[in-house]
Design a protein around this ligand. Structure first.
Ligand code: DLL
Length: 433
């Protein structure tokens, strides 16, 4: 039987959801107009006032916000509440430019933790569970968000944070942890280490994992599920909108339900900014209709994916987003062809490799080069040169048919590519260095 954290809202009728969104959007636009001069100026420049926004049908009239706006307004320019009413900040790592600093009132923290609690219950969590949180704690939203959600559900919460892999495994075994939350790349690493230590899937007490913060393929899910003997659930979110829990997977594992009582989702064409019909692939845009301190309106996430309103077997009614295939700013343009790292990962996993790889892009003699270094698994490790050459050729052919361009493949020894405790670094684009 499917369980819910907030059943009446998670399973509300379409009409109820639309009524909630209409009411909250009108209020939120007024709040932003009155309290965020930066966004008010953008509205004025577009000739829109709060009086023009009467329902979600008017959403398209509002200007977009992007990373560029966040940079320009850094650090306080988009804050919608006096600082005396704010209780926390969280922040991104800032690897691509200025870091994002997001602000929260106690109300904002509360709704964020509700979203994470919904995700944990959807993954089968209850107060009977021991939930180990192996996302980083601190400025990154992963640890604090799921920690709060786990408390709300009433799980025994184990805040290990990321890293120190053998200690993670000791806690899983000694405390009989049943749920683990971490990035999928770290989950794969934990699984690999547990296998080395002689633990088979039946020796691991975990039953579910809640993995997100980076793109991961369906093939990687199957791999992790098999190694650890768990069900692996996807969770999505971003710092600008609170953190993890903007959307989460249910027992159906067919896309993530977006918490529509807090976030309105749109898909746009990233070039023309035109809103696309349901089912189209494009850039995900969110309007946070409840957040007080950092009220993002039509925020362009850069994440490329699709939405569906098809009925879900879990009983939840909120729209689902497909696994994002990557970020538009992660998309590599190689010899004019669009390549997403996730497409490369799919080919590797389909050929029996694990998700331990690195993509190196460069420019030689005025032409782009694509090199993929792939670790052999311990089972397939060989020093037979002929066998390695044959296996490399199979991957080159597989990548050619997926991407339409030639990649050079080098098979490397097991464990020679650095592991990540948080988000994995898959791509080195030397053209940008
Ligand atoms: O990664 C929040 C988070 C923490 C989500 C823990 C899930 C679990 P940021 O560091 O701001 O926030 O990065 C946000 O990460 O725009 C996506 O590109 C990517 N991302 C997040 N979740 C997923 C996912 C956190 N499930 C950016 N699948 C987003 C694919 C994801 N990409």
């Amino acid at each position: 039987m499917e369980k819910y954290f907030q059943e009446s809202i998670e399973c509300a009728s379409r009409d109820e959801i639309i009524a909630i969104q209409n009411e909250k959007l009108v209020k939120q636009v007024r709040h932003v107009w009155d309290n965020v001069p930066y966004y008010r100026k953008k509205m004025e420049a577009k000739g829109v006032t709060p009086d023009d926004i009467k329902s979600i049908d008017d959403l398209h009239k509002l200007p977009f916000l992007s990373k560029k706006d966040l940079r320009e307004a850094y650090p306080y320019g988009l804050v919608g509440k006096p600082l005396k009413d704010c209780v926390r900040i969280q922040s991104t790592s800032g690897t691509t430019g200025k870091r994002v600093v997001a602000f929260y009132t106690q109300h904002d923290i509360d709704l964020w933790e509700d979203c994470c609690a919904r995700a944990i219950v959807a993954a089968g969590g209850s107060k009977e569970d021991v939930c180990q949180i192996s996302y980083g704690y601190g400025l990154f939203t992963g640890g604090p968000g799921l920690n709060g959600g786990s408390h709300k559900v009433g799980c025994l919460t184990v805040p290990t944070s990321s890293g120190n892999t053998d200690r993670q495994i000791m806690f899983i075994q000694d405390l009989q942890a049943t749920i683990i939350c971490c990035t999928p790349s770290y989950a794969a690493f934990l699984g690999e280490r547990m296998k080395e230590m002689g633990y088979g899937p039946d020796d691991i007490p975990l039953k579910a994992g809640i993995f997100g913060a980076e793109a991961w393929s369906e093939e990687m899910r199957q791999d992790i599920q098999k190694t650890m003997g768990i069900k692996a659930y996807d969770i999505y979110g971003l710092t600008e909108l609170s953190g993890p829990g903007v959307a989460f997977e249910c027992s159906a594992q067919k896309g993530m339900h977006i918490n529509e009582d807090h976030f309105i989702a749109e898909i746009i064409d990233p070039e023309t900014e035109e809103v696309l019909p349901e089912g189209s692939q494009g850039e995900l845009v969110f309007t946070a209709i409840d957040k007080e301190a950092f009220p993002m309106i039509r925020y362009r996430t850069r994440d490329i994916c699709k939405l569906t309103r098809e009925k879900c077997s879990c009983g939840r009614t909120h729209v689902r987003m497909a696994k994002p295939m990557g970020r538009s700013d992660d998309m590599l343009i190689i010899r004019g062809v669009n390549v997403f790292p996730s497409q490369i990962e799919t080919v590797l996993l389909n050929h029996g490799y694990a998700a331990n790889y690195q993509i190196i892009v460069d420019r030689k003699n005025n032409s782009d080069t694509l090199d993929v270094q792939v670790e052999m698994t311990p089972e397939m490790f060989t020093d037979n040169v002929g066998e390695i050459a044959e296996n490399q050729k199979q991957l080159v052919d597989g990548l050619k048919s997926m991407l339409g361009i030639k990649a050079n493949v080098t098979l490397v020894a097991p464990k020679s590519i650095a592991r990540s405790e948080g988000k994995a670094v898959r791509v080195i684009d030397k053209r940008k260095i």
